[in-house]
Ligand binder design. Structure first.
Ligand code: GLU
Length: 469
């Protein structure tokens, strides 16, 4: 059975790049009817926090990623201790009593000689008795993995192809710190092996770690999984996507009113090409069906925020059901301080869902439908202050008194006013628009008259007239 995993460290918000890694790993498992594991890598006690962990899980759930098993490394220290012990017993690891100062000294010497630093391996040679003696004296120590000399580690990456790395420069690396906490390269192997992970799918920044991990797999006689390293995501300036490029966390986009299926769809196309060229909108189910690692491009993907906006707009306009769109929209309205019932919101969105690309933008644009009292832009005020605008509004009030108001009716009324006052259509519409929306652009007066209760329309016009004195 295929088993893949996502192994985030809870040291910050879920970054778009990590979210994409999670999505690819998740889709891969689902595509093969396998198992998907979420493992929180919180061995770094200083940088990991409970808050980040909670937000991470929340963001993943929001994105629509479901896991079959969940682990936290901080709850597995006893397991890592046992395996560190095994490595010591088999001679693959040893305690190192070198002090920070001694190591610093070594580092300086290497620098002076202009060679890359690696640990000298000084403590390799300690006898059992010496080790016991140091331990009795209470000397702090790390545990180091003994890197074999002259080894070239080779693996076939499912995305990057053949990779060969000479491990001579690594030096014996630390697998357990002096405070007893195990390091990433060690625990990742123990966990992936014990959890039966068959495919390690992660960012290409981990390629240099992979040979170290393979050495540990070998030392513990674990079966080595397949590796698939995903290319980085770049900003439009071709540097690695980071905060400099604006919002980069999933949470950010969620707060801006991007929809989770749209973001899921978009991230999936960042570096993966569907078999059918030209098509871009896919449901999660379709992506599960279609996703393969062969479709992942080995070259970096470029993040294009405009494209994400566009795709989000497509989801708002066409993909989401109206009811689901209402559900998504309600919290944004509330956060902006508007109160409205669902039926009303539904009627508004039915007519306006094609006019914005994010929910936040929607709330801003649809303000005239929800605001208790309007504020007027300078341009709108200028229009209202024209004498003919006052005449238009007064005549409008007379004409709406009878019958229902809707887009058809308002168009007829505008024609009549135009004729009676001998004005251009534009002047009539402008006056109405300024009084009903407080702006000269944005939502259409006809749509507003279709959806808003008539009393409200009348009230706004009266308010504008009062304002004019
Ligand atoms: N905790 C590591 C990270 O967030 C996981 C890397 C891996 O998947 O092995 O980068």
């Amino acid at each position: 059975m295929v088993v893949s995993r996502f192994a985030p460290s809870p040291t910050g918000y879920l970054h778009l790049g990590n979210a994409r890694t999670a999505i690819f790993s998740y889709l891969f498992a689902r595509h093969h009817g396998g198992k998907f594991i979420l493992r929180v890598e919180d061995t770094d006690r200083e940088r990991s926090t409970k808050e980040f962990e909670e937000m991470l899980l929340e963001d993943l759930k929001w994105l629509g990623i479901e896991w079959d098993e969940f682990y936290k490394q901080s709850e597995r220290f006893h397991i890592y201790e046992e395996y560190a012990q095994r490595l010591i017993e088999s001679g693959h690891a040893y305690p190192c009593f070198c002090t920070v100062e001694e190591l610093e000294e070594e580092r300086k010497k290497a620098e002076e000689r202009g060679v890359p630093y690696r640990y000298s391996g000084k403590c390799r040679a300690l006898s059992k008795e010496e080790v016991e003696e140091f331990k009795r004296q209470g000397k702090p120590y790390t545990i180091r993995f003994r890197v074999p000399d002259g080894r070239v580690v080779v693996f076939e990456d499912l995305i990057k192809g053949h990779i060969a790395i000479n491990v001579d420069d690594f030096g014996d690396f630390v697998i357990v710190r002096s405070d007893g906490t195990p390091t990433y390269n060690f625990v990742v192997v123990v966990d992936d092996a014990l959890m039966g992970v068959t495919h390690v799918i992660r960012g290409e920044d981990h390629i240099p770690n992979t040979p170290k991990q393979i050495l540990i797999y070998e030392a513990l006689r674990f079966e080595i999984p397949k590796f698939a390293h995903l290319p980085v995501i770049l900003g439009e300036d071709r540097s690695k996507l980071s905060k400099r490029h604006g919002a980069v966390s999933v949470r950010n986009y969620r707060e801006e009113g991007y929809l989770s299926p749209a973001l899921f769809n978009f991230l999936c196309l960042l570096g993966w090409s569907p078999p059918e060229e030209g098509r871009e909108i896919f449901s999660k189910e379709e992506l599960i069906e279609l996703f393969t690692l062969e479709g992942v491009n080995s070259a970096p993907a470029v993040f294009n925020k405009e494209k994400l906006r566009w795709m989000n707009g497509v989801y708002i306009r066409e993909v989401l059901s109206l009811d689901r769109l209402v559900e998504e929209f309600m919290p944004f309205l509330e956060r902006a301080g508007y109160r409205a019932d669902k039926e009303y919101v539904k009627r508004v969105l039915q007519k306006t869902r094609d006019s914005f690309d994010t929910l936040l933008e929607g709330v801003e644009r649809l303000r005239p439908f929800f605001a208790e009292s309007l504020s007027y832009s300078e341009e709108a005020m200028a229009v209202l202050e024209n004498q003919h605008s006052r005449d238009v509004l007064e005549l409008f009030l007379q004409k709406v008194q009878e019958g229902q108001l809707n887009s058809q009716k308002v168009k007829e009324i505008v024609k009549e006013i135009q004729r009676e006052l001998n004005l251009k259509a534009k002047d009539v519409w402008h006056a109405l628009r300024a009084s009903l929306t407080g702006e000269l652009e944005g939502v259409g007066v006809d749509i507003l008259c279709d959806v808003m209760p008539k009393e409200k329309v009348v009230e706004r016009v009266i308010k504008a007239l009062t304002l004019l004195g």
